[in-house]
Design a protein. Structure first.
Length: 251
């Protein structure tokens, strides 16, 4: 378990799924955690869960597609908690349709959330981290798009390929400033996002027996552990990397 004592970690999409699990893991590793997302209620629940375990956390709602809100999120994190050492840019959405049937509004909305929603936090986080002499950024990509293609997921795939490209470019641009930028590319993880419309968790478990070589979804703990490793000094020589964690789906 890495030790992030004295570090401040910002997690977007921290009110649910991978973001909440990773926020809890950062707090258990002694970081002060700021969770963000659009809806205040799930963020307050994450803060409550962390505080009940004796950890330190705060919620700052923000829409990652809105530049003013993202700038305020980063500024308030630094102002209220004394710095920004780790950023997990994880907020994202999924939308499925064949390319020929993709609704233009749905396309634009997904690009805004998944691409602009990683670009804007990075822009403001990097500025603050440069002022403070360094930091670590981990972005959530996906094995879909960044590493494999699946019919019906063209828009999502395009956004995640963009996240991986943005990650690698920002890594090269900021390595000399002491900022390590990496990405994680999960396969199906145990959140509502990996459920097909109307599918139960039991049905998903049956589907995963053949849909992934490992025969199951990844757990929230497995996803969080990969992010914490990339955020920790244990991965200090890992820069501009996109860590696939998908039970060999892309092996
Ligand atoms: P999730 O529980 O639906 O989490 C998505 C989070 O993003 C929510 O907390 C949501 O909060 C936040 N969010 C969405 N749009 C936002 C916006 N405009 N501004 C701020 N926050 C926003 O699903 P998840 O599985 O944990 O997904 C987390 C990340 O993992 C996503 O980037 C997803 O693409 C990626 N991923 C997931 C899987 C999987 O199988 N689960 C696989 C590969 C990659 P609000 O709605 O309150 O804003």
């Amino acid at each position: 378990m890495p030790d992030f004592t004295g570090k401040v970690a910002l997690v977007t999409g921290g009110g649910s799924g991978i973001g909440r699990a990773t926020a809890l893991a950062f707090a258990r590793a002694n970081a002060t955690v700021v969770v963000s997302g659009r809806s205040p209620e799930p963020l307050a629940e994450t803060v409550d869960l962390i505080e009940k375990e004796g950890g330190r956390a705060a919620a700052i709602p923000a829409d990652v597609t809105d530049a003013a809100e993202v700038r305020n999120l980063v500024d308030a994190t630094v102002r209220d908690h004394g710095g920004l050492d780790i950023a997990f840019n994880n907020a994202g959405a999924f939308s499925a349709a064949p390319v020929a049937d993709m609704d233009e509004d749905a396309w634009n909305a997904l690009l805004a959330t998944n691409i602009t929603g990683v670009f804007l936090p990075m822009k403001y986080e990097i500025a603050r981290m440069r002022e403070n002499g360094g930091g670590v950024i981990v972005n959530t990509s996906s094995n879909i798009g960044a590493h494999r293609r699946l019919p019906g997921t063209g828009a999502y795939a395009a956004t995640k390929a963009a996240v991986s490209a943005l990650t690698r470019t920002a890594a090269l641009e900021n390595i000399a400033a002491g900022i390590r930028v990496n990405a994680v590319s999960p396969g199906p993880i145990d959140t509502t996002m990996s459920l097909l419309p109307g599918e139960t968790e039991t049905q998903r478990a049956d589907r995963m027996k053949t849909a992934t070589p490992i025969g199951r979804v990844g757990t929230l703990e497995e996803a969080a552990a990969a992010v914490l490793w990339l955020a920790s000094p244990a991965s200090s020589y890992v820069v501009g990397h996109d860590l696939v964690m998908d039970g060999a789906a892309t092996a």
